[in-house]
Ligand binder design. Structure first.
Ligand SMILES: Nc1nc2c(ncn2[C@@H]2O[C@H](COP(=O)(O)OP(=O)(O)OP(=O)(O)O)[C@@H](O)[C@H]2O)c(=O)[nH]1
Ligand SMILES: [Mg+2]
Length: 354
């Protein structure tokens, strides 16, 4: 799963990317997207690792792509944006970074600091990009439907859905309001519509501002969070001991990057279940709402095929009773069947026929 970091020029996208991924700033400010995979912060793994001292610890991962900013008010910037759009369309979630920090050395885009207005400029661009793609396809389908074709019915269905999409976009509504069923989603999946993706807003606040102080909300947006990208990227560059001390001095348990990664992971509709043993302690990624047999299939297709049951214990119950044995003795280990809907942080032991 992948998030694309987008926004107006000098909003701090690359600084957020560095803070999140630990990848150093690109001194040449390359016009190409940069990618990095990060481990999803999972504090629950630490306890399990302490308990089992496993040979391996495997964390869940998530990818971030830093998209260079484009000045949308000139034709060369517009052309750059169009060139980058296919990469943005491939993401599962969008992170829109807007600037709320002042700086004499880094002039603001269009000489203004107005995070809410910048957010709305980006929103309009997303709506416009989708409207452009929808309109092109609608025109093509209308033309095709004037002649009888073998795929006539299918094209008619697609046209009817895309006409609804066009109406929504013309009313400044995102496609999440129209594309709601699994069938519809499948029908339009190849477009990679931008306003069909979950959106996280990041307000890049002045250096040293800590905690989450986002003061505005936007309709249809999964979440808006604030962070000080420059401070966060400095934190990312510290060695772990210094980092802990720095955060403690600020009265924080963790850097904002952890909050952002988790927000993206959840925003993309994902959650983790855990497995443990002396060989390996591991966090596995599954969609929210996945069942025990789907979780088993994530580990190995044999486990879903031969699924018997999932011995399940909630992480908090395990900690309360020290370990698996203790939780079992206290009756906290449940025997769940195929259709059990897994909860975030469930520890599973899948029993299956060979
Ligand atoms: N003071 C301050 N400077 C920042 C902050 N975030 C970014 N900057 C500085 O602003 C400049 C632009 O930041 P980038 O992260 O490169 O911005 P960007 O959005 O990636 O820019 P483009 O990709 O060119 O659109 C850099 O010199 C950063 O060091 C911040 O929170 N505070
Ligand atoms: Mg950049």
């Amino acid at each position: 799963m992948r998030a694309a970091i987008i926004g107006l020029p000098t909003s701090g996208k690359s600084t957020v990317f560095s803070a999140v991924t630990g990848v150093e700033a690109d001194p040449y400010a390359s016009p190409e997207p940069r990618r990095a995979v990060v481990a999803v912060p999972e504090p629950r793994l630490a306890y399990l690792t302490e308990l089992y001292k496993p040979k391996k610890v495997i964390e869940a991962t998530f990818e971030f792509v830093d998209i260079p900013g484009c000045s949308l008010d000139d034709s060369s910037g517009q052309a750059d944006w169009r060139r980058l759009l296919p990469t943005v369309r491939q993401a599962d979630l969008l992170v829109i970074v807007v600037r709320a920090f002042e700086s004499d050395s880094v002039p603001a885009y269009q000489d203004r600091i107005d995070a809410k207005a910048d957010f709305s400029v980006m929103w309009d661009e997303l709506i416009f990009a989708d409207l452009d793609a929808v309109t092109t396809r609608v025109e093509r389908l209308e033309k095709a439907l004037t002649k009888p074709t073998k795929t006539h019915d299918q094209e008619k269905r697609e046209l009817s859905l895309l006409q609804k999409c066009r109406e929504a976009l013309e009313a400044n509504e995102p496609l999440t309001t129209v594309i709601t069923s699994v069938d519809d989603r499948r029908q339009v999946s190849s477009f990679g519509f931008l306003t069909e993706k979950p959106i996280i807003g990041v307000v890049n606040v002045p250096d040293g501002a800590i905690g989450d102080s986002a003061t505005w909300e936007a309709p249809h947006v999964t979440k808006i969070i604030s962070l000080a990208a420059a401070t966060e990227s400095e934190i990312a560059g510290l060695d772990p001991d210094d980092r802990a001390e720095f955060l403690a001095d600020l009265g924080l348990d963790e850097p904002a990057r952890n909050r952002l990664i988790r927000t993206c992971y959840e925003g993309a509709g994902l959650m983790s279940f855990l497995t443990m043993g002396t060989d390996e302690v591991r966090a596995w990624t599954i969609p929210q709402g996945a069942t025990a047999v789907e979780a088993a299939g994530k580990i190995h297709s044999d486990l879903s095929r031969g699924f018997i049951r999932a011995e399940t214990v909630a992480y908090d119950d395990l900690v309360e009773h020290t370990d698996f044995k203790g939780a079992k003795a206290a009756g906290r280990v449940r025997k769940e069947g195929k259709t059990y809907v897994v909860c975030d942080g469930d520890i599973l032991n899948i029993l299956a026929n060979p």
